[in-house]
Design a protein around this ligand. Sequence first.
Ligand SMILES: O=C(O)CCC(=O)C(=O)O
Length: 194
Amino acid sequence: MQTSLFPTERPEPSGLAYLPDFIDRAEEALLLRTIDSQPWLSTLKRRVQHYGYAYDYSAKEITRALYLGPLPDWLSASAAAVHRKGLFAQMPDQVIVNEYRPGQGIAPHIDRAPCFAETVASLSLGSPCVMDFAHGETAQTTSMLLEPCSLLALSGDARYLWTHAIAPRKTDTFDGAAIPRRRRVSLTFRKMLP
Ligand SMILES: O=C(O)CCC(=O)C(=O)O
């Protein structure tokens, strides 16, 4: 486990919470099996699954018209576990599952403020990977290692002022160590705004 969230002398975005071992390896394996038994959408470079509400990637938004139905039981159990940590004022009701094969990533972005409530939280399964952050106004940058079974919650500045991204590469370097990427699957929990 990493001993500090951010390597020495890198800024730490305020509002960021990192919970290592949020789930155990058995829960991780069960989630991966369940996710892999569901249909994947393959319209992006990486495969995704949407729950609660579909995300419109061309409009870069979610509307209530894109409601898919309540979270399935297996996912609402995870959403409830996230909610119990006190990170969300209300139960998350929208989840995107992202699959990253080695070499795949996600472009720098801030989750849409008008669509989603104050916290966005991401549960990591499978491979570790480095997430990169950049402050929109000060141009500060920083990176952190997301370990499997961890939960990353972004609120405050980390949610609204810093972009987050995963570079499309096959090996990360973190604190001087090369970390080859394997398949990573993440579940990002959000609460839709009215
Ligand atoms: O894979 C992750 O941990 C982050 C996913 C993400 O940023 C998103 O779905 O908007």
